[in-house]
Design a protein around this ligand. Sequence first.
Ligand code: HEC
Length: 408
Amino acid sequence: MLVDAQKAIEVNFHEHIAPIIHKNCTPCHQPNKSGPFNLLTYEDVSKRAKFIGKVTESRYMPPFPADRQFQAYLNERGLTVGEITKIKLWIEGGLKEGVLKSTDISQQSIESDLIKPDLVLKMNKPYPISGENLEDFRFFSLPSNTPRDEYITAIGFTAGNKKVVHHSRLMVDTTNTIRGIDGLSETDPKVYEFQKTALKEEFLYGWVPGNDKISFPKGTGIKLNANADFLLNMHYAPSPVPDTDQSEIQLYFAKEKIEREVRNFTLRDNDISNKPFLIKAGQKATFFISKKIDKPMSLISVLPHMHLIGKTFRAFVITPDGEVINLVKIDNWDFNWQMTYQFKKLLKVSAGSTFIVEGTYDNTAENPENPYNPPRDIGYGWGTKDEMFNLVLYYLDYKEGDENVEQK
Ligand code: HEC
């Protein structure tokens, strides 16, 4: 007891707590980022200290759904047990402020976006959100109007109104047949027509509160055909008051020659080995994807995707030598926190390897996330109350030595 009390007295904000907060929380909890309030100064943090103690101890914050023991990621976040304990001791010790040193200006951690995007596409006009407390899913077409082919080297997204934007997904259409959509509801029967269009990219980028801008390795990029259209799928959270949103995407184009094209490969419901992909009302189900590849690849990142009744997600690769390469493992699927997991190093997957993906779903009435009460049969579909089972991969064709390439 005495030792603990002693330690608590020693922990102060500027010396011990600020570095933890600034590294792990401030990237989102600052003006114009996704966090609902700022965590910059002693005042910001101390007035919410109890709450912060709770969300760090439960590991709800910082959000990072994937198991970091399973694989290491460039964009991983999380506190160590020591850091969580320090926060606890600071709270128990009475929120000592300590002395602000000239070197630890909290503003330092405010991200500066020094590099300007080459193309910023904003929704045509502010989209009106009704104040009737309903989930709202909408499609918007954003023509690129690019006169020539470009290579995308990084993609970012800014929610126009972070109170209501829940998540978004960006697709690319090169047929120009979906043009003109501006706020089409996901429940509109036209969506099932559009769904037949073969999109160039079904999942160019997925954004959730706090997802980072994705940057591809140096000298690589995704081809954007001249005049292609972006299709933005927006999910708005229920709002008790009328509101508006006008979100934007930022694209960064290659200035130098792109030596290697970033490719995008989606393991999906078609690849399921135990079809049909139907989760019967009142039941739980597990689906598997098993897909063998014949060319070697270097994986940049993975993005797992399921909807509301998804529970767990796991993906790995078995090489022809029987070696297992872990990709991603999520034990507690949360529809609200889906992100792109970028590997620390490029991951080599040799020719003849098999991707294995396992997803579990719970369509019982006991599942609080079930969109239907009583439960109904749920199958594949774009709608949020339908289900999906995807693993989206960004990769490069393998080149000798890729496995030693650290992603920046
Ligand atoms: C990736 C972005 C991100 C990071 C990093 C992050 N937060 Fe958050 N935080 C959010 C968003 C978005 C919300 C609001 C949505 C929610 O509550 O789930 C939130 C909500 C919260 C809440 C309110 C929770 C509630 O139930 O209302 C607290 C407290 C909080 N964050 C503290 C922290 C602390 C402390 C850290 C660092 C240890 C942190 N956050 C790191 C994005 C982030």
